[in-house]
Ligand binder design. Structure first.
Ligand code: CA
Length: 409
């Protein structure tokens, strides 16, 4: 598999087969993000990108408390739904804000903890089902189902059912993303449990949920054979589903997304000291869980003393960059909107620390090519989502939301 290394990451590293085609606009690079190496790379790189291919970002909301998610709910196209790390779910429609749910009394927040993920059921418009991922008061991962409130814009404060609880040995690497896949299952990303260099070796242990992307069928509870259907409470809620490991070998898959057209999942895995990576993986549920390498590999760098589970296909990232370009990759999305024709079918992703945004194009062989640094930046980027029209929206931990708009000129 070929891989792309944005800009300066090439320097001093032997990466045979690397493909690079970047447009770098050094003048727009923000403070704190290395620029010196980028210019040389840009001169060397062939790029077909023109001004019309790029986009700008426009701030559309401020004053939110460290938003970790922004996106739309099916059947509610005019609103943006936002998660605040400290525990509130906020529905934003124009200038109007409505706190749909406040979990702040029942979660621990700060560092990488808090309200981390939300997924609306694909038929949310009809059934009002939604799912949240947060850090419990004891630091544990919690995933539960909730229901839309009677007013249509709130969430019932009493959860419908618990879906998963996982103990977390450290404060960091709690994963985050919760999303429905093209197969209708609910997917969750969990980090390796934290610390440095996966001290508990969870990511390569197929029997542990940490360091994995998991999936569960939340539509058919399917009680064990021969067992009577049971309920978890007076509500008659179905029992928790079984979570299956889809991908192993992950350090902290903060954000992932699906490309339903190709049946693929794009997973950005946050790196340790050197390498941030983007992975493109074909979903093949009949195959053993594919292995994204951590902690035997950081990017394509083999770590001594870390065993590699030999089962499951080993997946190399399609794009990596070093810590001279950022510090935490923020996985994005394959764009298929109408407003930015130069971006159609390109995967857009970014970095939390530098605020840099890049896009790349998938190749038929499962790799990626034509990476380019976008002109726009989103400082403290935490999430890239879609509004009700399928256009890109961005959350910044600094408290703002942005949307992508055509670049002027
Ligand atoms: Ca990896």
């Amino acid at each position: 598999m070929r891989r792309i290394v944005p800009v300066k990451a090439l320097t001093g590293k032997a990466l045979a087969g690397t493909v690079l085609a970047a447009t770098v606009l050094a003048a727009t690079v923000s403070a704190g993000c290395g620029t010196e190496g980028m210019t040389n790379t840009a001169h060397a790189a062939a790029s077909a990108a023109t001004s019309a291919d790029h986009f700008a970002v426009e701030r559309i909301a401020t004053g939110l408390d460290r938003p970790t998610f922004v996106g739309a709910a099916p059947g509610d196209p005019e609103a943006l739904w936002v998660l605040e790390q400290s525990g509130r779910v906020v529905r934003v429609e124009g200038a109007e804000r409505h706190v749909a749910l406040d979990l702040s009394d029942s979660l621990s927040s700060g560092n990488e903890r808090g309200l981390l993920g939300i997924a609306f059921h694909p038929r949310y418009a009809d059934n009002g089902r939604l799912f949240l991922h947060w850090t419990g008061l004891g630091g544990e991962t919690r995933v539960a189902e909730f229901a839309r409130g009677a007013d249509g814009r709130s969430i019932e404060p009493t959860l419908v059912r618990e879906l998963l609880t996982v103990a977390q040995p450290e404060e960091n690497h709690n994963g985050g993303q919760l999303a429905f896949g093209p197969d209708g299952r609910l997917y969750l990303g969990l980090g390796d449990g934290g610390g440095a260099f996966d001290p508990r070796r969870t990511a390569q242990d197929r029997n542990q949920l940490l360091g994995k992307v998991l999936a569960a069928d939340v539509d058919t509870p399917a009680p064990p054979p021969g067992a009577p259907a049971r309920s978890t409470g007076s509500t008659g809620a179905p029992p928790p589903p079984t979570w299956a490991v889809v991908l192993s070998g992950l350090r902290n898959p903060w954000r992932f997304s699906f490309d339903p057209a190709l049946g693929e999942i794009w997973v950005a895995d946050v790196g340790q000291d050197q390498v941030e990576e983007v992975n493109r993986v074909l979903l093949e549920p009949d195959e053993p869980p594919k292995n994204l390498g951590w902690s035997a590999f950081e990017g394509t760098h083999r770590l001594d003393g870390h065993d590699l589970d030999p089962t499951g296909e080993l997946i190399e990232p399609v794009a990596t960059y070093g810590h001279d370009e950022g510090c935490s990759v923020i996985g994005g999305i394959v764009y298929s909107g109408a407003q930015l024709p130069g971006l159609v079918r390109r995967y857009v992703f970014g970095d939390f620390c530098s605020g840099t945004l890049w896009s790349l194009r998938a190749t038929p062989d499962g790799g990626a090519t034509d990476i380019r640094e976008e002109r726009a930046k989103v400082p403290q980027l935490t999430h890239i989502g879609l509004d009700g029209d399928g256009e890109l929206v961005f959350a910044s931990a600094a408290g703002s939301l942005f949307r992508a708009v055509p670049a002027p000129g």
